[in-house]
Design a protein around this ligand. Structure first.
Ligand code: FMN
Length: 443
């Protein structure tokens, strides 16, 4: 055994998901075969070795996988796409074959790394039946993931690595003893039917932030923000609000001169768009976890934004800044992710100068959208932005009444009118997104 622990550690540390590749450099066939040969040395259930690996090198085929099957974008950017497959059966009621496939896939990407080849493991592969047709895969084979391989574009390394936890937080001896704030809450159930839980579906997910501690939300968001690369193309996520452009238009039109605090920026999509409209805005970010900072920094760089953006994190919502520090506070769809949104408003009151601008957008409980939302909460896992629950206009009004004066607009009054805005009561109160544009007017 020639490998030292520190050598192994440096290999696994250097491995990270890369989603842009230098396609001018192709991976030779013998190298691909050597990598797959390494992968098959992995432990596997009963040594059945029921795995197969389809290697997609044809660029047109990769494009079809993304465009027709709906696989995520890195699948088409990879130089080579590996489709690890396993024959159905022999699950031993413990997903044995999936465990086998995962073991082989991990060995595969580590082997690639030893050869200077970067990788991304993808479960977001889209419609499995379309993939099956395109690649002529028989029904008995399970298609659960792709691995994109390629040489990284030199200018994109080093990529920031998704932070991991201190080992003491994920390891306990002789019994399960962990900080509950690092466990995601689920519906109470004595028996979890794993077969019901797929990537898109988790009937046990709890969507209401009140069912989470704020530390759990901080932990979840701070981890999940790394689920995709810091690339702007990926982070203009399908799940970003369809009202995005309108929110930015209103926010930039109403920004006052001076300092701006953006609450809960997540991966910085709103901030980047705002800075494109108002390049000299002096922005500070507040999030629940430090983990957001490097990913926001990377995104800004990729979008060519050079502004220095101070970043503050606290998972108890106490923002370590003096009173009356800001001329603007912006909260884009942030209040509804919190167990107690009024606490963020209290901090806002303290931080915003007298006559300072408060701009809030919030998903609306009184809108047509809420029914759709309820349906989603029954069917889907909590999205990577974290749990949330739409707020009613009266709740929002109640929180703001003491210290702020302003107007409520609505965006997307009907499913047919997504992105359209309305000012008139009652239409503003029944739109998908409610927007408050106001000022701090009382002490
Ligand atoms: C089972 C699994 C599924 C994944 N699916 C995707 C995916 O669909 N798209 C993607 O871009 N990354 C995907 N990833 C990569 C993870 O987002 C990534 O491993 C994680 O954020 C940690 O970052 P790191 O790999 O850079 O350490 C997946 C990883 C695993 C293990």
């Amino acid at each position: 055994m020639a490998i030292l622990p520190e050598e192994f550690r440096s290999l696994i540390n250097a491995r990270q998901s890369i989603r842009f590749f230098d396609n001018a450099r192709t991976i030779p066939t013998d190298v691909i075969e050597a990598i797959i040969d390494d992968a098959q040395q992995s432990p596997n259930d009963c040594n059945h070795q029921s795995w197969k690996f389809v290697v997609v090198t044809d660029h047109a085929l990769k494009e079809r996988l993304v465009d027709a099957a709906g696989s995520c974008e890195p699948a088409k950017r990879a130089s080579v796409l590996i489709v690890p497959l396993i024959e159905s059966g022999w699950n031993h009621n413990k997903f044995s074959i999936i465990q086998t496939l995962a073991a082989a896939t991990h060995t595969l990407i580590l082997s690639a790394k030893t050869r200077g080849i970067e990788s991304v493991w993808m479960a977001g592969i889209g419609n499995v039946e379309t993939i099956r047709k395109l690649l002529h895969i028989p029904p008995a084979y399970i298609i659960d993931c792709f691995v994109g391989l390629g040489y990284a574009k030199a200018e994109q390394m080093p990529w920031p690595k998704a932070p991991r936890q201190p080992v003491k937080k994920i390891c306990s001896f002789n019994r399960f003893a962990f900080d509950p704030d690092t466990t995601y809450p689920l519906k109470k159930s004595t028996k979890y039917d794993f077969w019901k839980i797929s990537n898109q579906r988790n009937p046990y997910a709890l969507w209401h932030p009140r069912d989470w501690t704020i530390r759990q939300i901080a932990f979840f968001r701070g981890n999940a923000v790394w689920a995709n690369s810091p690339s702007p193309t990926l982070h203009k996520s399908r799940r970003l609000s369809p009202e995005f452009d309108k929110e930015i238009e209103f926010a930039s039109a109403h920004l006052k001169v001076g300092k701006t605090l953006i609450m809960l920026p997540y991966s910085g999509a709103y901030s980047a768009a705002l800075l494109k409209e108002v390049p000299d805005a002096l922005i500070t970010h507040f999030e629940l976890s430090e983990n957001h900072e490097p990913i926001i920094r990377k995104r800004m760089k990729e979008e060519g934004i050079t502004n220095e953006i101070p970043f503050i994190a606290d998972d108890e919502l106490s923002i370590a800044l003096p009173d009356n520090s800001f001329d603007n506070v912006l909260i884009f769809q942030g209040l509804e992710i919190l167990p107690e949104p009024s606490r963020l408003i209290k901090e806002t009151e303290r931080l915003l100068k007298m006559n300072g601008r408060l701009f809030i957008t919030c998903r609306n409980k009184w809108s047509w959208f809420f029914l759709k939302f309820l349906w989603v909460t029954k069917k889907e896992t909590v999205w990577n932005f974290g749990p949330y629950w739409p707020l009613s206009p009266t709740k929002l009004r109640g929180m703001l009444r003491d210290k702020f004066t302003g107007n409520f607009l609505g965006i997307s009054p009907l499913p047919r009118h997504i992105g359209r805005h309305v000012k008139k009561w009652p239409f503003n109160y029944f739109s998908r997104l409610i927007v408050f544009i106001g000022e701090r007017t009382k002490i």
